[in-house]
Design a protein around this ligand. Structure first.
Ligand code: GAL
Length: 475
């Protein structure tokens, strides 16, 4: 059986995308609360004010997770729910929500994996410069200490910052995400450097404060490439493309965001203790000056590499400059957000990241958006999502067969939720949310994922095994 007994089958969400209760029980506003109120920033002016109302319905949600058989749940903490000003007094009611949620999860035998920052910076800190402020690493360290002191008696797995490529690239360069800034390249790189320092200080703080031995990872995103053929030269080309850093063609917000969308600029400092040479060359003239000691802070030992991977580029070798990015063949499948469906990318991404950073790999996000309407019985037959999950997991299966240390897989997302600038127009969930009534309905993919977890295998059972299985969640 390719999946080890202790393989971590999980699903993920993030605070602003599901919690709602945006101003309840003492929570302070975050940059997303304010950004969504700017006309034109999100699809039809959608906000996370109510979202999935997980804040009030978490018990029902945990029960659903249990019925799928999830072994772990990746959630994020809303910084301003705990520290309404970002850096001041603690909101006990905010902490108490996560206390109750974690207890509920443990009761259901589901391990909480906590992301400390999934983009919802306290608004009060934004007004003090946000990630551009040299104080931001200290703010993040202090916040980390509060959370870890209170929750580490029951939480062992931690992530620091989710996808700096996105919250700096889309938030500070392109202006499409909160806080909607369009900063200069030098400022973006400074803010990015601060975020990396914040990661390092946070890891140190987790190790100091944790009640028991913590396991810590990062969860970046970025370019992932797969080879057109399995010839060695194409594989090398795909690896080169995965870690390439390119110069922006001009300094338009779009180009700057494009240049920040890469893997090595963000991950090499974390895992190797230095910015990549190719990046220093491509970004020359804009990289902030910093003391050597910064990289010692950034480069903390980590326990696993969390990879958020949704799709990949296809490349082939090119004798002149290493690789050529190929356009997908006419008619290739794409999802509702226009992303190519490239199932083997979990294999190639996991392999390349492991080869470069030498850590076990956890797929911390992978999922498929769709625009879905329930049928007349209120059910969602999302067979394409179920197929998506299976086909992508084949890459993990292949990696495991070849001895690559894949530790787990977290489907994004457990619930349909607020998809940032796309609002509620895109649904990624295993569970359908009716945003009018807030009722939950497991989709077909939910039963399929439950079956994979139960069998620890992607293979469909024989008809006899099928009848002895537990009933489908949709029955
Ligand atoms: C990730 C992000 C998630 C989710 C997902 C789907 O980049 O971490 O919050 O939105 O993409 O777009």
């Amino acid at each position: 059986m390719p999946f080890p007994e202790n393989f971590i089958w999980g699903a993920a969400t993030a605070s602003y995308q599901i919690e709602g209760a945006h101003d309840q029980d003492g929570k302070g506003p975050s940059i997303w609360d304010s950004f969504c109120r700017i006309p034109g920033k999100t699809y039809q002016g959608h906000t996370g004010d109510v979202a999935c109302d997980h804040y009030h319905r978490y018990k029902e949600d945990v029960a659903l997770m249990k019925s799928i058989g999830l072994r772990a749940y990746r959630l994020s903490i809303s910084w301003s729910r705990i520290l309404p000003e970002g850096n001041g007094s603690i909101n006990e009611k905010g902490i108490s929500f996560y206390d109750r949620l974690i207890d509920e999860l443990l009761e259901a035998n589901i391990e909480p994996w906590i992301t400390l920052y999934h983009w919802d910076l306290p608004l009060a800190l934004h007004y003090q410069g946000g990630w551009l402020s040299p104080n931001s690493p200290v703010w993040f360290e202090k916040y980390t200490r509060v959370v870890v002191k209170r929750l580490s008696d029951r939480v062992r797995h931690w992530f620091t910052i989710n996808e700096p490529q996105v919250f700096i690239g889309l938030g500070y360069a392109k202006g499409e995400h909160a806080p909607g800034w369009k900063l200069s390249f030098a400022e973006c790189l400074q803010a990015g450097h601060n975020a990396l320092l914040a990661h390092g200080r946070s890891v140190l703080a987790i190790r100091e404060e944790a009640a028991s031995d913590p396991l810590i990872g990062a969860s970046p995103v970025g370019i992932c490439a797969r080879p057109k053929t399995e010839k060695l030269i194409d594989i090398d080309a795909a690896k080169t493309a995965t870690f390439a850093v390119s110069q922006p063609k001009d300094h338009s917000p779009r180009e700057l965001q494009g240049a920040l969308w890469n893997s090595a600029w963000w991950m090499d400092p974390l895992f190797l203790g230095k910015y990549p040479e190719s990046g220093l060359k491509a970004f020359h003239g804009f990289v902030p000056a910093f003391p050597e000691s910064d990289m010692e802070v950034v480069n903390q030992p980590l326990d696993f590499f969390g990879a958020n991977i949704y799709h990949g580029l296809t490349v082939e070798s090119n004798p002149h400059n290493g690789y050529t990015i190929l356009n997908p063949p006419e008619g290739s499948p794409v999802n509702s957000m226009g992303w190519d469906i490239t199932p083997d990318i979990l294999y190639w991404g996991g392999k390349f990241f492991h080869e470069r950073y030498k850590l076990p790999i956890v797929i911390t996000e992978n999922g498929m958006p769709a625009v879905e309407i329930p049928d007349e019985n209120g059910q969602i037959d999302d067979t394409p999502r179920a197929e998506f999950i299976k086909s992508y997991l084949r890459g993990v299966e292949r990696g495991l067969k070849e001895g690559l240390p894949f530790m787990g897989y977290f489907y994004w997302s457990f619930l349909d939720n607020f998809e940032w600038a796309y609002g509620y127009s895109q649904r990624f969930g295993l569970t359908h949310i009716d945003y009018k009534t807030l009722s939950r309905m497991p989709k077909k993919s939910s039963s399929e994922y439950a079956r994979i977890i139960r069998m620890n295998s992607l293979e469909s059972p024989s008809p006899t095994e099928e009848t002895s299985e537990m009933p489908s969640l949709l029955d």
